[in-house]
Write a protein that binds this ligand. Structure first.
Ligand SMILES: NC(=O)C1=CN([C@@H]2O[C@H](COP(=O)(O)OP(=O)(O)OC[C@H]3O[C@@H](n4cnc5c(N)ncnc54)[C@H](OP(=O)(O)O)[C@@H]3O)[C@@H](O)[C@H]2O)C=CC1
Ligand SMILES: O=C(O)CCC(=O)C(=O)O
Length: 519
């Protein structure tokens, strides 16, 4: 059920139109600020849009312009999580009994709705977390494609026949859903990450309680609207917004949530894992990275420079797969640095809604402060700042959380900026003499998410594929960039050693049964 509206024109006109109607329907709940009406988004529980039991709401702000309120979202309580879990439990019995292809049909329908609303949802994403509009549109399209991929998954095999030692018996595996799955997501991919968790969860027969990051809760509500408009049965997907320490924690501890899938920081991921283990729930974590790129002397330099900029700075460096350490062979170090700086100086930084802007603001004030504090640490610990390092506050940018792309050199492996995930547009250049040295330094980190190398030498590519400690290995391509049909996840502390996306998702979202049948 969609309380807000029934047709979907695109863009700002649509947004304002929607404001008028929601006011009518929701008893004047809309809040007027600076002449612009703002929507209040509700929780979605058992197929109904409802207020939180707390009665509290929170503004979601535009990081490019803090005067712009994107909408208001519910600041919910553990009580709301209980209601969502109850709804999900009730819905589970019938949902798991549907055939896979039937469940897939709902996903196809949700994909069509999301596709119809692509421009409007992309714009909301840009306003809520700052990535540029072309990137946001690409991400919404990715969400559509993920939904279609998992819709098809409803028709694929869920087991295999295994020869039994008893020639008169039939032995096979089959899979069943876990039950209720808690989905806890970050703000950096506010459409793709929730969808790559929710779509496989439901196509394999689970029901979901979804808790998005507070920074992008309006975008999250719009994704759930798409499921609602697709006619998904009540209780199959439930949305509860609010603080991670309250809602996320209630999900982690809830005795009737059988699986938790999480993307975010290592700190929070580890606490979720401990809570899940303590009560025997299944969990899956995708966390940080400190991703290296290695540029060898035979590399195509133009390509390596482009990929370092795109991999390190796109989305303002706020990707777990973003490049943060760049190991460059000494003989080409100076020319690589020169080309890199020349290109970085040309990047246009501003509001992601403006045409031609290449890099938007950090997603929040907290994230800006984190990035600036890492830059400060880099300087204090003796790295050389070769470019950037400052907050941008000129003109319109004074209203947003903008930081310059930042390049350090003379970075030693023990420095904080070489060890911790910054999640901002900061690159550390490190000179190396050989591939062996580069590999040894690249692997000297607790993380192991993605890594890339630039070389023309097949032997060196193969050595890199073998020896780099990363779940995503890229040759002559940037470190970021995940394809929805392929497994995604990290080694070491970047993940819980499981994989998401592609067919790999079935491993987390189902339990396997081995069946032995004798007539
Ligand atoms: N791997 C990745 O893709 C990401 C990595 N990060 C890393 O994490 C750092 C901090 O970012 P941040 O957004 O604070 O990441 P968090 O790990 O805090 O947030 C991720 C999700 O977990 C929720 N959460 C927060 N606390 C708890 C808790 N105690 N129990 C359960 N869930 C909780 C958050 O809710 P809410 O925020 O609404 O309170 C959010 O929905 C970044 O600087 C970056 O280094 C961040 C995002 C994505
Ligand atoms: O690189 C990508 O496309 C996805 C990265 C990602 O999953 C993340 O940053 O959380």
């Amino acid at each position: 059920m969609n309380l807000y509206f029934s047709d979907h024109d695109q863009g700002q006109t649509f947004f304002q139109d929607r404001m008028q109607r929601s006011r009518e329907w929701k008893g004047g709940e809309d809040i007027i600020k600076m002449g612009t009406e703002k929507q209040t988004y509700l929780n979605y529980i058992n197929g109904e849009w409802i207020h939180s039991s707390t009665g509290k709401i929170k503004a979601s702000l535009n990081p490019a312009d803090i005067d712009d309120i994107v909408g208001y979202v519910q600041e919910s309580s553990a009580e709301d999580v209980n209601a969502a879990v109850e709804a999900a439990r009730r819905a589970q019995a019938a949902w798991r009994k549907l055939s896979g292809p039937k469940r897939g049909e709902y996903l196809f329908r949700a994909a069509d709705v999301l596709e119809k609303r692509l421009d409007e949802i992309a714009e909301t994403m840009t306003r809520e977390m700052g990535k540029t509009l072309p990137e946001a549109k690409g991400e919404v399209q990715r969400g559509v494609n993920i939904l279609r991929y998992y819709a098809g998954e409803g028709m694929r095999s869920i087991g295999e026949v295994i020869p039994s030692t008893d020639s008169e018996a039939l032995m096979f595996t089959t899979r069943v859903p876990l039950g209720v799955v808690g989905v806890i997501t970050p703000w950096n991919f506010p459409v793709a990450i929730p969808i790559w968790k929710i779509a496989p969860a439901i196509v394999y027969g689970n029901t979901v309680v979804f808790k998005p990051a507070q920074e992008t809760a309006v975008t999250a509500a719009k994704i759930v609207e798409c499921f609602d408009e697709a006619g998904l049965p009540a209780g199959v997907v439930n949305l509860v917004t609010g603080k991670g320490s309250v809602i996320g924690n209630a999900i982690a501890e809830h005795p009737h949530i059988h699986g938790i899938t999480f993307t975010g920081s290592n700190e929070v991921g580890k606490t979720i894992a401990q809570k899940a283990v303590a009560r025997g729930a299944k969990y899956q974590l995708e966390m940080g990275g400190k991703n290296p790129v290695i540029v060898l002397e035979d590399a195509d330099l133009d390509r390596a420079v482009e990929a370092t900029i795109s991999g390190g700075l796109r989305s303002t460096g706020q990707k777990c797969t973003a490049t943060s350490r760049v190991f460059v062979q000494s003989s080409i170090y100076e020319s690589f640095k020169e080309q890199l700086l020349a290109k970085i100086k040309q990047l246009k930084i501003g509001d992601g809604l403006e045409e031609g802007v290449w890099m938007g603001p950090c997603a929040s004030q907290k994230q800006l402060e984190t990035v600036l504090s890492y830059i400060q640490k880099g300087i204090e610990e003796g790295a050389t700042l070769v470019y950037g390092g400052q907050r941008l506050t000129d003109g319109e940018r004074a209203k947003g959380f903008y930081v310059q792309p930042t390049i350090f050199e003379n970075v030693s492996p023990d420095m904080t900026i070489a060890r911790e995930e910054i999640f901002g547009p900061v690159l550390a250049l490190i000179k190396v003499d050989s591939l062996e040295e580069a590999l040894s330094l690249a692997n000297d980190t607790p993380f192991g998410l993605s890594a890339s190398i630039f070389t023309q030498n097949i032997g060196k590519m193969l050595a890199f594929i073998q020896d780099i400690e990363a779940g995503l290995v890229r040759i002559n391509e940037e470190s970021a960039g995940v394809e929805l049909q392929a497994p995604f996840g990290g080694m070491k502390q970047s993940s819980s050693h499981s994989r998401e996306q592609g067919r790999a998702a079935i491993e987390f979202f189902t339990a396997m049964k081995t069946v032995f049948v004798k007539g």
